[in-house]
Design a protein around this ligand. Structure first.
Ligand code: SF4
Ligand code: SF4
Length: 52
């Protein structure tokens, strides 16, 4: 999974991730190697910035 430039840094996805794989990275957020591809964050993002 990855977060695109569409990210508005709202932080909503951070709480949705069961393994804590989403972290702040500069002006947007990023997904780390801890990601298990569960897709919980995809539905949580209000601007559809999280993609496969
Ligand atoms: S797909 Fe699941 S594990 Fe990966 S960042 Fe999103 S919520 Fe976290
Ligand atoms: S929920 Fe979407 S817009 Fe908000 S920080 Fe996460 S990826 Fe960015």
């Amino acid at each position: 999974m990855k977060i695109t430039e569409e990210c508005i840094a709202c932080g909503t996805c951070v709480e949705s991730c069961p393994v804590g794989a989403i972290v702040e990275s500069g002006e947007i957020y990023t997904i780390t190697e801890e990601c298990t591809d569960c897709r919980a964050c995809v539905d949580a993002c209000p601007v559809d910035a999280i993609v496969d």
